[in-house]
Design a protein around this ligand. Sequence first.
Ligand SMILES: CC(=O)SCCNC(=O)CCNC(=O)[C@H](O)C(C)(C)COP(=O)(O)OP(=O)(O)OC[C@H]1O[C@@H](n2cnc3c(N)ncnc32)[C@H](O)[C@@H]1OP(=O)(O)O
Ligand SMILES: CC(=O)C(=O)O
Length: 536
Amino acid sequence: MKGGTKKIELYDTTLRDGTQGEHINLSVQDKLLIAGRLDEFGMDCIEGGWPSSNPKDEEFFKRAMDLELRHARLAAFGSTARYSDRIETDPNLLGLVGCGAPVITIFGKTWQAHSKTGLGISDEENRALIKNSVAFLRNAGREVFFDAEHFFDGWKDNREFALDMLKAAEEGGASRLVLCDTNGGSLPHEITAIIEDVRQHTDIAIGIHCHNDGDLAVANSIAAVMAGAIHVQGTVNGIGERCGNANIISIIANLVLKLPETGASVRDLTQLTSLSNFVFEILNLPPDSKAPYVGRSAFAHKGGIHVSAVMKESSLYEHIDPALVGNRQRVLVSELAGQSNIRYKAQELGISIPEGGEQIRKIVNHVKDLEHRGYQFDGAEASFELILQKELGTFTPYFEVIESKVYVESGIGGRNVDQAVLKVRVGEEIEHIAAEGDGPVNALDKALRKALIRFYPEIKGIKLVDYKVRVLEEKRGTSARVRVLIETGNGRTTWGTVGVSTNIIEASLRALEDSMNYHLFTLKATEPKPAAEENH
Ligand SMILES: CC(=O)SCCNC(=O)CCNC(=O)[C@H](O)C(C)(C)COP(=O)(O)OP(=O)(O)OC[C@H]1O[C@@H](n2cnc3c(N)ncnc32)[C@H](O)[C@@H]1OP(=O)(O)O
Ligand SMILES: CC(=O)C(=O)O
Protein backbone atom coordinates (compact mmCIF):
# COMPACT_ATOMS: atom_id res chain seq x y z
CA MET A 1 0.00 0.00 0.00
CA LYS A 2 1.35 3.40 -1.02
CA GLY A 3 1.42 6.32 1.37
CA GLY A 4 1.95 4.63 4.72
CA THR A 5 -0.60 3.25 7.16
CA LYS A 6 -2.96 6.15 7.76
CA LYS A 7 -6.32 4.82 8.93
CA ILE A 8 -8.87 4.44 6.15
CA GLU A 9 -11.94 6.64 6.54
CA LEU A 10 -15.21 4.80 5.80
CA TYR A 11 -17.76 7.12 4.24
CA ASP A 12 -21.27 5.75 3.77
CA THR A 13 -23.56 7.26 1.13
CA THR A 14 -26.46 4.78 1.37
CA LEU A 15 -28.82 7.57 2.41
CA ARG A 16 -27.82 9.83 -0.48
CA ASP A 17 -26.33 8.05 -3.53
CA GLY A 18 -27.99 4.77 -2.48
CA THR A 19 -31.42 6.39 -2.75
CA GLN A 20 -30.66 7.31 -6.37
CA GLY A 21 -31.14 3.60 -7.19
CA GLU A 22 -34.28 2.29 -8.88
CA HIS A 23 -36.90 0.89 -6.45
CA ILE A 24 -35.14 2.50 -3.49
CA ASN A 25 -37.29 4.70 -1.32
CA LEU A 26 -36.64 5.62 2.28
CA SER A 27 -38.82 7.67 4.61
CA VAL A 28 -37.25 10.15 7.02
CA GLN A 29 -37.78 7.66 9.82
CA ASP A 30 -36.09 4.90 7.75
CA LYS A 31 -33.12 7.19 7.14
CA LEU A 32 -32.82 7.99 10.83
CA LEU A 33 -32.93 4.31 11.73
CA ILE A 34 -30.24 3.45 9.18
CA ALA A 35 -28.06 6.38 10.28
CA GLY A 36 -28.25 5.16 13.88
CA ARG A 37 -27.31 1.65 12.84
CA LEU A 38 -24.39 2.83 10.67
CA ASP A 39 -23.05 4.84 13.59
CA GLU A 40 -23.37 1.88 15.94
CA PHE A 41 -21.50 -0.26 13.41
CA GLY A 42 -18.60 2.17 13.30
CA MET A 43 -18.91 4.05 10.01
CA ASP A 44 -16.72 7.18 10.14
CA CYS A 45 -18.96 9.44 8.07
CA ILE A 46 -22.64 9.17 7.11
CA GLU A 47 -23.87 11.19 4.13
CA GLY A 48 -27.54 11.82 4.92
CA GLY A 49 -28.81 13.47 1.74
CA TRP A 50 -28.99 16.71 -0.20
CA PRO A 51 -30.82 19.12 2.14
CA SER A 52 -32.04 21.79 -0.28
CA SER A 53 -33.06 19.35 -3.00
CA ASN A 54 -36.21 17.99 -1.35
CA PRO A 55 -38.28 18.44 1.85
CA LYS A 56 -37.58 14.88 3.03
CA ASP A 57 -33.83 15.44 3.20
CA GLU A 58 -34.40 18.84 4.79
CA GLU A 59 -36.48 17.21 7.52
CA PHE A 60 -33.92 14.42 7.88
CA PHE A 61 -31.16 16.90 8.75
CA LYS A 62 -33.43 18.74 11.19
CA ARG A 63 -34.24 15.51 13.02
CA ALA A 64 -30.72 14.11 12.66
CA MET A 65 -29.46 16.90 14.90
CA ASP A 66 -31.10 14.97 17.77
CA LEU A 67 -29.32 11.74 16.89
CA GLU A 68 -26.66 11.04 19.46
CA LEU A 69 -23.99 9.76 17.12
CA ARG A 70 -21.26 8.08 19.10
CA HIS A 71 -18.68 7.74 16.36
CA ALA A 72 -19.79 8.94 12.94
CA ARG A 73 -19.84 12.47 11.61
CA LEU A 74 -22.86 13.51 9.61
CA ALA A 75 -22.25 14.83 6.08
CA ALA A 76 -24.60 16.82 3.87
CA PHE A 77 -24.25 16.60 0.09
CA GLY A 78 -24.79 19.19 -2.62
CA SER A 79 -23.32 20.82 -5.69
CA THR A 80 -21.12 23.81 -6.21
CA ALA A 81 -23.00 27.08 -6.67
CA ARG A 82 -24.64 27.54 -10.05
CA TYR A 83 -23.18 31.00 -10.75
CA SER A 84 -19.70 32.11 -9.63
CA ASP A 85 -20.80 35.70 -9.00
CA ARG A 86 -23.70 34.69 -6.73
CA ILE A 87 -21.97 32.38 -4.27
CA GLU A 88 -23.27 34.06 -1.08
CA THR A 89 -26.89 33.85 -2.21
CA ASP A 90 -26.80 30.40 -3.82
CA PRO A 91 -29.79 28.50 -2.35
CA ASN A 92 -28.00 25.16 -2.49
CA LEU A 93 -24.94 26.39 -0.55
CA LEU A 94 -27.15 28.22 1.96
CA GLY A 95 -29.16 25.05 2.44
CA LEU A 96 -25.97 23.09 3.12
CA VAL A 97 -24.77 25.57 5.73
CA GLY A 98 -28.25 25.83 7.27
CA CYS A 99 -28.71 22.06 7.72
CA GLY A 100 -26.16 21.99 10.52
CA ALA A 101 -24.08 19.02 9.33
CA PRO A 102 -20.43 19.36 10.41
CA VAL A 103 -19.15 17.91 7.11
CA ILE A 104 -20.25 19.14 3.71
CA THR A 105 -19.49 17.24 0.52
CA ILE A 106 -19.95 19.14 -2.71
CA PHE A 107 -19.48 17.82 -6.20
CA GLY A 108 -18.05 19.82 -9.05
CA LYS A 109 -17.20 19.26 -12.68
CA THR A 110 -13.75 17.83 -13.38
CA TRP A 111 -14.50 16.57 -16.89
CA GLN A 112 -14.16 19.49 -19.26
CA ALA A 113 -17.01 18.31 -21.49
CA HIS A 114 -19.40 18.49 -18.54
CA SER A 115 -18.32 21.96 -17.60
CA LYS A 116 -18.57 23.14 -21.21
CA THR A 117 -21.72 21.32 -22.29
CA GLY A 118 -23.51 20.55 -19.03
CA LEU A 119 -23.02 23.89 -17.30
CA GLY A 120 -22.16 25.86 -20.46
CA ILE A 121 -19.35 27.80 -18.79
CA SER A 122 -15.66 28.48 -19.43
CA ASP A 123 -12.83 26.60 -17.70
CA GLU A 124 -12.07 29.69 -15.61
CA GLU A 125 -15.67 30.04 -14.49
CA ASN A 126 -15.84 26.36 -13.49
CA ARG A 127 -12.59 26.79 -11.55
CA ALA A 128 -14.01 29.80 -9.75
CA LEU A 129 -17.27 27.93 -8.97
CA ILE A 130 -15.33 25.12 -7.31
CA LYS A 131 -12.83 27.25 -5.42
CA ASN A 132 -15.33 29.85 -4.22
CA SER A 133 -18.03 27.35 -3.27
CA VAL A 134 -15.58 25.35 -1.15
CA ALA A 135 -14.17 28.55 0.41
CA PHE A 136 -17.69 29.79 1.24
CA LEU A 137 -18.49 26.58 3.13
CA ARG A 138 -15.10 26.59 4.84
CA ASN A 139 -15.66 30.17 5.97
CA ALA A 140 -18.99 29.05 7.42
CA GLY A 141 -16.98 26.76 9.68
CA ARG A 142 -17.64 23.44 7.93
CA GLU A 143 -15.19 20.76 6.93
CA VAL A 144 -15.49 20.38 3.16
CA PHE A 145 -14.96 17.25 1.06
CA PHE A 146 -14.80 17.78 -2.69
CA ASP A 147 -16.39 15.05 -4.88
CA ALA A 148 -14.56 15.37 -8.20
CA GLU A 149 -17.38 14.19 -10.46
CA HIS A 150 -16.29 12.13 -13.52
CA PHE A 151 -12.68 12.54 -12.44
CA PHE A 152 -11.30 9.44 -14.17
CA ASP A 153 -13.07 10.09 -17.48
CA GLY A 154 -12.11 13.76 -17.16
CA TRP A 155 -8.43 12.90 -16.54
CA LYS A 156 -8.40 10.64 -19.61
CA ASP A 157 -9.98 13.40 -21.72
CA ASN A 158 -8.00 16.39 -20.46
CA ARG A 159 -5.57 15.66 -17.63
CA GLU A 160 -4.53 19.31 -17.10
CA PHE A 161 -8.12 20.45 -16.74
CA ALA A 162 -8.99 17.65 -14.31
CA LEU A 163 -5.91 18.26 -12.14
CA ASP A 164 -6.49 22.01 -12.18
CA MET A 165 -10.05 21.59 -10.87
CA LEU A 166 -8.66 19.54 -7.97
CA LYS A 167 -6.21 22.36 -7.34
CA ALA A 168 -9.15 24.80 -7.22
CA ALA A 169 -10.84 22.69 -4.52
CA GLU A 170 -7.56 22.53 -2.62
CA GLU A 171 -7.17 26.32 -2.82
CA GLY A 172 -10.74 26.71 -1.53
CA GLY A 173 -9.82 24.65 1.53
CA ALA A 174 -11.20 21.15 0.84
CA SER A 175 -9.81 18.51 3.18
CA ARG A 176 -10.59 15.51 0.92
CA LEU A 177 -10.35 15.25 -2.83
CA VAL A 178 -12.72 12.41 -3.60
CA LEU A 179 -12.10 11.06 -7.09
CA CYS A 180 -15.36 9.79 -8.56
CA ASP A 181 -15.76 7.11 -11.20
CA THR A 182 -19.20 8.53 -11.87
CA ASN A 183 -19.98 6.50 -15.00
CA GLY A 184 -18.56 3.38 -13.37
CA GLY A 185 -16.60 2.22 -16.42
CA SER A 186 -12.99 2.40 -15.21
CA LEU A 187 -10.72 -0.59 -14.77
CA PRO A 188 -8.57 -1.20 -11.67
CA HIS A 189 -5.24 -0.55 -13.42
CA GLU A 190 -6.54 2.82 -14.65
CA ILE A 191 -7.63 3.78 -11.15
CA THR A 192 -4.17 2.88 -9.84
CA ALA A 193 -2.28 4.84 -12.51
CA ILE A 194 -4.49 7.93 -12.24
CA ILE A 195 -4.34 8.08 -8.44
CA GLU A 196 -0.56 7.70 -8.58
CA ASP A 197 -0.49 10.71 -10.91
CA VAL A 198 -2.81 12.77 -8.68
CA ARG A 199 -0.62 12.04 -5.67
CA GLN A 200 2.28 13.74 -7.45
CA HIS A 201 0.24 16.93 -7.51
CA THR A 202 -1.36 17.23 -4.09
CA ASP A 203 -0.83 16.47 -0.43
CA ILE A 204 -4.53 16.62 0.35
CA ALA A 205 -6.07 13.30 1.43
CA ILE A 206 -7.52 11.42 -1.52
CA GLY A 207 -10.84 9.63 -1.49
CA ILE A 208 -12.53 7.24 -3.91
CA HIS A 209 -16.18 6.98 -4.99
CA CYS A 210 -16.95 4.23 -7.51
CA HIS A 211 -19.99 3.11 -9.43
CA ASN A 212 -20.51 -0.46 -10.53
CA ASP A 213 -21.32 -0.23 -14.24
CA GLY A 214 -18.41 -2.52 -15.16
CA ASP A 215 -19.02 -4.74 -12.08
CA LEU A 216 -15.70 -3.49 -10.73
CA ALA A 217 -16.71 -0.90 -8.13
CA VAL A 218 -15.35 -2.84 -5.15
CA ALA A 219 -12.17 -3.87 -7.02
CA ASN A 220 -11.65 -0.26 -8.12
CA SER A 221 -12.13 1.00 -4.56
CA ILE A 222 -9.59 -1.48 -3.24
CA ALA A 223 -7.16 -0.56 -6.06
CA ALA A 224 -7.57 3.09 -5.05
CA VAL A 225 -6.75 2.31 -1.42
CA MET A 226 -3.70 0.34 -2.52
CA ALA A 227 -2.64 3.36 -4.60
CA GLY A 228 -2.94 5.69 -1.60
CA ALA A 229 -6.60 6.77 -1.16
CA ILE A 230 -7.43 7.04 2.54
CA HIS A 231 -11.16 7.73 2.26
CA VAL A 232 -13.58 5.23 0.68
CA GLN A 233 -17.19 5.87 -0.23
CA GLY A 234 -19.84 3.22 -0.80
CA THR A 235 -23.37 2.13 -0.02
CA VAL A 236 -24.68 -0.78 2.04
CA ASN A 237 -25.46 -3.69 -0.32
CA GLY A 238 -24.20 -1.61 -3.26
CA ILE A 239 -27.53 0.11 -3.86
CA GLY A 240 -27.40 3.17 -6.11
CA GLU A 241 -28.12 4.63 -9.52
CA ARG A 242 -28.02 2.30 -12.56
CA CYS A 243 -25.91 -0.73 -11.50
CA GLY A 244 -25.28 0.72 -8.08
CA ASN A 245 -22.37 2.06 -6.04
CA ALA A 246 -19.39 0.26 -4.59
CA ASN A 247 -20.73 -2.10 -1.93
CA ILE A 248 -19.32 -0.81 1.33
CA ILE A 249 -20.11 -4.14 2.99
CA SER A 250 -17.61 -5.96 0.72
CA ILE A 251 -15.14 -3.08 0.89
CA ILE A 252 -15.09 -3.22 4.69
CA ALA A 253 -14.72 -6.99 4.82
CA ASN A 254 -11.88 -6.94 2.28
CA LEU A 255 -10.04 -4.09 4.01
CA VAL A 256 -10.43 -5.31 7.57
CA LEU A 257 -9.77 -8.99 6.91
CA LYS A 258 -7.43 -8.97 3.93
CA LEU A 259 -5.63 -5.63 4.19
CA PRO A 260 -5.21 -4.94 7.91
CA GLU A 261 -2.28 -2.67 7.07
CA THR A 262 -4.86 -0.11 5.84
CA GLY A 263 -5.97 0.31 9.45
CA ALA A 264 -9.63 0.09 8.38
CA SER A 265 -11.73 -0.80 11.39
CA VAL A 266 -15.29 -0.98 12.66
CA ARG A 267 -16.63 -1.62 16.14
CA ASP A 268 -17.62 -5.23 15.56
CA LEU A 269 -17.14 -6.87 12.17
CA THR A 270 -19.39 -9.78 13.20
CA GLN A 271 -22.32 -7.32 12.81
CA LEU A 272 -21.64 -7.01 9.05
CA THR A 273 -24.23 -9.61 7.97
CA SER A 274 -26.87 -8.21 10.26
CA LEU A 275 -26.20 -4.65 9.02
CA SER A 276 -26.68 -5.81 5.43
CA ASN A 277 -29.92 -7.63 6.29
CA PHE A 278 -31.17 -4.70 8.35
CA VAL A 279 -30.84 -2.33 5.38
CA PHE A 280 -32.55 -4.81 3.03
CA GLU A 281 -35.35 -5.13 5.59
CA ILE A 282 -35.85 -1.36 5.86
CA LEU A 283 -35.80 -1.11 2.06
CA ASN A 284 -38.42 -3.87 1.94
CA LEU A 285 -36.19 -5.80 -0.48
CA PRO A 286 -35.27 -9.48 -0.32
CA PRO A 287 -31.66 -9.99 0.81
CA ASP A 288 -29.21 -10.89 -1.97
CA SER A 289 -28.35 -14.52 -1.21
CA LYS A 290 -25.29 -14.41 -3.49
CA ALA A 291 -23.78 -11.31 -1.85
CA PRO A 292 -20.11 -11.96 -1.00
CA TYR A 293 -19.37 -12.30 2.73
CA VAL A 294 -22.95 -11.67 3.96
CA GLY A 295 -25.31 -13.52 1.59
CA ARG A 296 -27.09 -16.67 2.73
CA SER A 297 -25.26 -18.61 0.00
CA ALA A 298 -21.86 -17.01 0.62
CA PHE A 299 -20.70 -20.08 2.55
CA ALA A 300 -23.23 -22.64 1.28
CA HIS A 301 -21.67 -25.85 -0.06
CA LYS A 302 -23.57 -28.06 -2.44
CA GLY A 303 -21.11 -30.35 -4.24
CA GLY A 304 -20.38 -33.56 -2.31
CA ILE A 305 -16.62 -33.18 -2.88
CA HIS A 306 -16.64 -29.71 -1.37
CA VAL A 307 -18.67 -30.81 1.65
CA SER A 308 -16.40 -33.78 2.27
CA ALA A 309 -13.36 -31.45 2.34
CA VAL A 310 -15.08 -28.71 4.36
CA MET A 311 -16.01 -31.22 7.04
CA LYS A 312 -12.31 -31.99 7.44
CA GLU A 313 -11.14 -28.38 7.29
CA SER A 314 -13.43 -25.43 6.47
CA SER A 315 -10.69 -23.31 4.93
CA LEU A 316 -10.28 -25.85 2.10
CA TYR A 317 -13.32 -24.28 0.40
CA GLU A 318 -13.88 -21.05 2.36
CA HIS A 319 -11.78 -17.90 1.94
CA ILE A 320 -12.56 -16.72 5.48
CA ASP A 321 -14.22 -18.04 8.60
CA PRO A 322 -17.89 -16.97 8.05
CA ALA A 323 -18.27 -16.21 11.76
CA LEU A 324 -15.87 -13.27 11.35
CA VAL A 325 -18.57 -11.39 9.44
CA GLY A 326 -21.51 -12.85 11.36
CA ASN A 327 -22.41 -15.36 8.65
CA ARG A 328 -22.46 -19.14 8.84
CA GLN A 329 -21.49 -22.20 6.89
CA ARG A 330 -24.35 -24.10 5.26
CA VAL A 331 -24.56 -27.42 3.47
CA LEU A 332 -27.18 -28.08 0.83
CA VAL A 333 -28.76 -31.41 0.03
CA SER A 334 -29.41 -32.15 -3.64
CA GLU A 335 -28.58 -34.59 -6.44
CA LEU A 336 -25.00 -33.25 -6.25
CA ALA A 337 -24.70 -34.44 -2.65
CA GLY A 338 -22.53 -37.25 -1.38
CA GLN A 339 -22.60 -39.02 1.96
CA SER A 340 -20.80 -36.05 3.51
CA ASN A 341 -23.74 -33.70 2.82
CA ILE A 342 -26.15 -36.12 4.46
CA ARG A 343 -23.87 -36.67 7.43
CA TYR A 344 -23.43 -32.89 7.87
CA LYS A 345 -27.17 -32.22 7.78
CA ALA A 346 -27.82 -35.12 10.14
CA GLN A 347 -25.29 -33.71 12.60
CA GLU A 348 -26.92 -30.29 12.30
CA LEU A 349 -30.29 -31.84 13.13
CA GLY A 350 -28.80 -33.82 16.00
CA ILE A 351 -29.38 -37.14 14.25
CA SER A 352 -26.68 -39.79 14.37
CA ILE A 353 -26.19 -42.07 11.37
CA PRO A 354 -24.04 -45.18 11.74
CA GLU A 355 -20.61 -44.74 10.07
CA GLY A 356 -19.83 -46.43 6.74
CA GLY A 357 -23.06 -48.44 6.56
CA GLU A 358 -25.51 -49.16 3.76
CA GLN A 359 -28.04 -46.85 5.37
CA ILE A 360 -26.32 -43.61 4.43
CA ARG A 361 -25.77 -44.78 0.87
CA LYS A 362 -29.50 -45.58 0.68
CA ILE A 363 -30.36 -42.09 1.92
CA VAL A 364 -28.05 -40.45 -0.65
CA ASN A 365 -29.60 -42.50 -3.46
CA HIS A 366 -33.12 -41.78 -2.25
CA VAL A 367 -32.41 -38.01 -2.19
CA LYS A 368 -30.84 -38.13 -5.68
CA ASP A 369 -33.84 -40.04 -6.99
CA LEU A 370 -36.28 -37.54 -5.47
CA GLU A 371 -34.30 -34.59 -6.88
CA HIS A 372 -34.43 -36.27 -10.28
CA ARG A 373 -38.21 -36.37 -9.90
CA GLY A 374 -38.25 -32.64 -9.19
CA TYR A 375 -37.93 -32.42 -5.41
CA GLN A 376 -35.74 -29.71 -3.95
CA PHE A 377 -34.71 -29.71 -0.33
CA ASP A 378 -33.12 -26.29 -0.09
CA GLY A 379 -36.06 -24.47 1.49
CA ALA A 380 -37.74 -27.76 2.44
CA GLU A 381 -35.51 -28.97 5.22
CA ALA A 382 -38.45 -30.35 7.20
CA SER A 383 -39.26 -32.77 4.35
CA PHE A 384 -35.59 -33.77 4.25
CA GLU A 385 -35.55 -34.44 7.98
CA LEU A 386 -38.61 -36.67 7.67
CA ILE A 387 -36.84 -38.69 4.95
CA LEU A 388 -33.80 -39.10 7.19
CA GLN A 389 -35.85 -40.09 10.22
CA LYS A 390 -37.94 -42.51 8.18
CA GLU A 391 -34.84 -44.22 6.74
CA LEU A 392 -33.42 -44.51 10.25
CA GLY A 393 -36.68 -45.98 11.51
CA THR A 394 -37.28 -43.17 13.97
CA PHE A 395 -40.32 -41.69 12.25
CA THR A 396 -43.60 -43.23 11.20
CA PRO A 397 -46.24 -40.97 9.63
CA TYR A 398 -48.95 -39.91 12.06
CA PHE A 399 -51.74 -40.35 9.53
CA GLU A 400 -52.43 -41.52 5.99
CA VAL A 401 -54.58 -39.73 3.40
CA ILE A 402 -56.36 -42.62 1.70
CA GLU A 403 -58.53 -40.63 -0.67
CA SER A 404 -58.73 -37.01 -1.76
CA LYS A 405 -61.15 -35.17 -4.01
CA VAL A 406 -61.22 -31.47 -4.76
CA TYR A 407 -64.16 -29.68 -6.40
CA VAL A 408 -63.27 -26.44 -8.11
CA GLU A 409 -66.18 -24.07 -8.63
CA SER A 410 -65.98 -21.46 -11.35
CA GLY A 411 -68.82 -19.19 -10.38
CA ILE A 412 -69.47 -16.23 -12.63
CA GLY A 413 -69.54 -12.83 -11.03
CA GLY A 414 -69.50 -14.21 -7.48
CA ARG A 415 -66.83 -15.47 -5.09
CA ASN A 416 -65.59 -19.01 -5.84
CA VAL A 417 -65.82 -21.50 -3.00
CA ASP A 418 -63.84 -24.70 -3.62
CA GLN A 419 -64.36 -27.88 -1.66
CA ALA A 420 -61.99 -30.65 -0.59
CA VAL A 421 -63.12 -34.10 0.58
CA LEU A 422 -60.57 -36.28 2.36
CA LYS A 423 -60.57 -39.80 3.78
CA VAL A 424 -57.80 -39.95 6.39
CA ARG A 425 -56.68 -42.95 8.47
CA VAL A 426 -55.28 -42.31 11.95
CA GLY A 427 -54.28 -45.53 13.65
CA GLU A 428 -57.31 -47.80 13.34
CA GLU A 429 -59.80 -45.00 12.72
CA ILE A 430 -60.93 -43.46 9.47
CA GLU A 431 -62.12 -39.88 9.25
CA HIS A 432 -64.21 -38.76 6.24
CA ILE A 433 -64.22 -34.98 6.08
CA ALA A 434 -65.21 -32.15 3.72
CA ALA A 435 -64.17 -28.50 3.93
CA GLU A 436 -64.65 -25.40 1.84
CA GLY A 437 -61.94 -22.85 1.14
CA ASP A 438 -60.82 -19.88 -0.89
CA GLY A 439 -59.16 -21.89 -3.63
CA PRO A 440 -58.45 -25.62 -3.74
CA VAL A 441 -55.26 -25.54 -1.61
CA ASN A 442 -56.99 -23.60 1.16
CA ALA A 443 -59.86 -26.13 1.04
CA LEU A 444 -57.35 -29.02 1.28
CA ASP A 445 -55.50 -27.37 4.17
CA LYS A 446 -58.77 -26.87 6.05
CA ALA A 447 -59.99 -30.42 5.37
CA LEU A 448 -56.73 -31.96 6.57
CA ARG A 449 -56.79 -29.94 9.78
CA LYS A 450 -60.44 -30.82 10.35
CA ALA A 451 -59.64 -34.50 9.91
CA LEU A 452 -56.67 -34.45 12.28
CA ILE A 453 -57.72 -32.04 15.02
CA ARG A 454 -59.62 -34.69 17.03
CA PHE A 455 -56.48 -36.85 17.23
CA TYR A 456 -53.86 -34.12 17.36
CA PRO A 457 -55.25 -30.90 18.90
CA GLU A 458 -51.70 -29.46 18.84
CA ILE A 459 -52.03 -28.69 15.10
CA LYS A 460 -54.48 -25.89 15.98
CA GLY A 461 -51.85 -23.17 16.33
CA ILE A 462 -50.03 -23.73 13.04
CA LYS A 463 -50.49 -21.55 10.00
CA LEU A 464 -49.48 -21.64 6.32
CA VAL A 465 -47.17 -18.64 5.89
CA ASP A 466 -45.95 -19.08 2.32
CA TYR A 467 -46.90 -21.14 -0.73
CA LYS A 468 -44.82 -21.33 -3.90
CA VAL A 469 -45.39 -23.26 -7.10
CA ARG A 470 -42.75 -23.91 -9.73
CA VAL A 471 -43.47 -25.56 -13.09
CA LEU A 472 -40.68 -28.07 -13.67
CA GLU A 473 -40.98 -29.01 -17.34
CA GLU A 474 -42.29 -25.83 -18.90
CA LYS A 475 -42.20 -27.29 -22.43
CA ARG A 476 -44.83 -29.85 -21.45
CA GLY A 477 -47.32 -27.06 -20.80
CA THR A 478 -50.32 -28.04 -18.70
CA SER A 479 -49.12 -31.66 -18.32
CA ALA A 480 -45.84 -30.53 -16.71
CA ARG A 481 -44.82 -31.57 -13.21
CA VAL A 482 -44.99 -28.91 -10.54
CA ARG A 483 -43.09 -28.48 -7.32
CA VAL A 484 -44.94 -26.95 -4.38
CA LEU A 485 -42.93 -25.50 -1.52
CA ILE A 486 -44.83 -24.47 1.57
CA GLU A 487 -43.69 -22.69 4.68
CA THR A 488 -45.65 -23.29 7.87
CA GLY A 489 -45.28 -21.48 11.17
CA ASN A 490 -46.42 -21.80 14.77
CA GLY A 491 -45.68 -18.21 15.85
CA ARG A 492 -42.24 -19.15 17.16
CA THR A 493 -40.61 -20.85 14.21
CA THR A 494 -41.27 -21.83 10.59
CA TRP A 495 -40.51 -24.95 8.58
CA GLY A 496 -40.48 -25.75 4.86
CA THR A 497 -41.86 -28.80 3.10
CA VAL A 498 -42.10 -29.90 -0.53
CA GLY A 499 -44.36 -31.94 -2.80
CA VAL A 500 -44.01 -32.82 -6.50
CA SER A 501 -46.60 -34.14 -8.94
CA THR A 502 -48.09 -33.50 -12.37
CA ASN A 503 -51.17 -32.51 -10.38
CA ILE A 504 -50.80 -29.25 -8.44
CA ILE A 505 -53.42 -30.38 -5.89
CA GLU A 506 -51.58 -33.63 -5.26
CA ALA A 507 -48.22 -31.78 -4.92
CA SER A 508 -49.82 -29.36 -2.46
CA LEU A 509 -51.33 -32.22 -0.45
CA ARG A 510 -47.89 -33.95 -0.20
CA ALA A 511 -46.30 -30.74 1.08
CA LEU A 512 -49.18 -30.22 3.56
CA GLU A 513 -48.90 -33.81 4.83
CA ASP A 514 -45.16 -33.36 5.43
CA SER A 515 -45.83 -30.09 7.20
CA MET A 516 -48.34 -31.64 9.66
CA ASN A 517 -46.18 -34.72 10.19
CA TYR A 518 -43.11 -32.62 10.85
CA HIS A 519 -44.95 -30.47 13.37
CA LEU A 520 -46.28 -33.51 15.23
CA PHE A 521 -42.90 -35.24 15.06
CA THR A 522 -40.98 -32.28 16.47
CA LEU A 523 -43.51 -31.78 19.23
CA LYS A 524 -43.36 -35.45 20.16
CA ALA A 525 -46.29 -34.65 22.40
CA THR A 526 -48.35 -37.55 21.13
CA GLU A 527 -47.25 -41.11 20.58
CA PRO A 528 -46.89 -41.75 16.83
CA LYS A 529 -49.74 -43.77 15.40
CA PRO A 530 -48.52 -45.99 12.58
CA ALA A 531 -49.92 -45.51 9.09
CA ALA A 532 -49.55 -47.91 6.22
CA GLU A 533 -47.99 -46.01 3.29
CA GLU A 534 -45.09 -43.64 2.99
CA ASN A 535 -45.52 -40.12 1.67
CA HIS A 536 -42.98 -39.98 -1.12
C1 LIG B 1 -23.11 12.26 -9.80
C2 LIG B 1 -24.17 12.54 -8.84
O1 LIG B 1 -24.71 11.60 -8.31
S1 LIG B 1 -24.58 14.11 -8.53
C3 LIG B 1 -26.06 14.04 -7.61
C4 LIG B 1 -27.25 13.78 -8.46
N1 LIG B 1 -28.40 13.76 -7.62
C5 LIG B 1 -29.52 14.40 -7.90
O2 LIG B 1 -29.65 15.03 -8.92
C6 LIG B 1 -30.64 14.26 -6.92
C7 LIG B 1 -31.18 15.60 -6.40
N2 LIG B 1 -31.47 16.52 -7.46
C8 LIG B 1 -32.57 17.35 -7.47
O3 LIG B 1 -33.44 17.29 -6.60
C9 LIG B 1 -32.66 18.37 -8.57
O4 LIG B 1 -31.98 17.91 -9.72
C10 LIG B 1 -32.05 19.74 -8.09
C11 LIG B 1 -32.96 20.30 -6.98
C12 LIG B 1 -30.65 19.59 -7.58
C13 LIG B 1 -32.01 20.71 -9.26
O5 LIG B 1 -33.28 20.78 -9.85
P1 LIG B 1 -33.55 21.82 -11.04
O6 LIG B 1 -33.16 23.17 -10.59
O7 LIG B 1 -34.98 21.62 -11.43
O8 LIG B 1 -32.55 21.43 -12.21
P2 LIG B 1 -32.42 20.09 -13.04
O9 LIG B 1 -32.48 18.92 -12.15
O10 LIG B 1 -33.36 20.06 -14.19
O11 LIG B 1 -30.96 20.25 -13.63
C14 LIG B 1 -29.83 20.29 -12.81
C15 LIG B 1 -29.20 21.68 -12.81
O12 LIG B 1 -28.04 21.65 -11.98
C16 LIG B 1 -26.91 22.11 -12.75
N3 LIG B 1 -25.71 21.45 -12.27
C17 LIG B 1 -25.30 20.20 -12.56
N4 LIG B 1 -24.12 19.99 -11.96
C18 LIG B 1 -23.80 21.09 -11.26
C19 LIG B 1 -22.71 21.48 -10.47
N5 LIG B 1 -21.71 20.61 -10.21
N6 LIG B 1 -22.72 22.68 -9.93
C20 LIG B 1 -23.73 23.52 -10.16
N7 LIG B 1 -24.80 23.22 -10.88
C21 LIG B 1 -24.83 22.02 -11.44
C22 LIG B 1 -27.26 21.72 -14.17
O13 LIG B 1 -26.53 22.42 -15.12
C23 LIG B 1 -28.73 22.09 -14.22
O14 LIG B 1 -28.91 23.47 -14.31
P3 LIG B 1 -29.38 24.18 -15.71
O15 LIG B 1 -30.72 23.61 -15.99
O16 LIG B 1 -29.38 25.59 -15.36
O17 LIG B 1 -28.36 23.76 -16.70
C1 LIG C 1 -20.67 12.59 -6.71
C2 LIG C 1 -21.16 11.35 -7.19
O1 LIG C 1 -22.06 10.77 -6.63
C3 LIG C 1 -20.56 10.76 -8.39
O2 LIG C 1 -19.79 11.44 -9.04
O3 LIG C 1 -20.88 9.61 -8.71
